[in-house]
Write a protein that binds this ligand. Structure first.
Ligand SMILES: [Zn+2]
Ligand SMILES: [Zn+2]
Length: 164
């Protein structure tokens, strides 16, 4: 390439230099290379993916039924609570009828502090992290409801009470 103009302006009088560098960088568009969107070209799930999806749907439905039975009082709390701390006094939704021992991540967290057999509420950080209003307010900034709404928006619109 010939010498570049030192001027930062592209309106330099060295036009031939500019146009030659442009034609080098921009690939030529070949007619017919881009075809319009065709939904038949969407990737189809493999058999394994379809089976995994089906399995997941079945498990979710089983869980939903299980929580619903607990919610309806068809099964006693002590039959599903393995941490012996669960209380249904303040819960309002079926999916809240879950024992901390049913959540895999809870086991991992509790074993880090050598309290494998204990309830998550006995974790040394539980009070500060899970019950402090200001900590929860900050944490809610990064969270969305299942419907994709931000908690902050719901609070400010008064659509969600603090107890929820
Ligand atoms: Zn429990
Ligand atoms: Zn528990």
């Amino acid at each position: 390439m010939s010498s570049r103009s030192s001027s930062p302006s592209i309106l330099s009088d060295n036009d031939s230099d500019l146009s030659s560098s442009l034609s080098e960088d921009v690939p030529e568009i070949i007619e017919g290379e881009f075809i319009p969107y065709d939904e038949n070209l969407e990737p189809v799930a493999t058999q394994e993916e379809a089976a995994a999806f089906e399995e997941n749907s079945v498990r979710e439905e089983e869980e939903r039924v299980m929580f619903q039975r607990r919610f309806a009082g068809e099964v006693e709390t002590n039959t599903w609570c393995k941490c012996s701390q669960c209380s249904t006094e303040a819960v309002t939704k079926a999916e809240e009828y879950v024992c901390c021992k049913e959540i895999d991540r809870v086991g991992e967290v509790m074993s880090q502090v050598d309290l494998e057999d204990q309830c998550i509420t006995l974790h040394p950080g539980f009070r500060d992290v899970c019950l402090n209003r200001w900590v929860l307010e900050i944490a809610s900034l990064a969270l969305k409801t299942k419907a994709g709404k931000s908690y902050r928006t719901l609070f400010s619109q008064g659509l969600k009470s603090e107890s929820e």
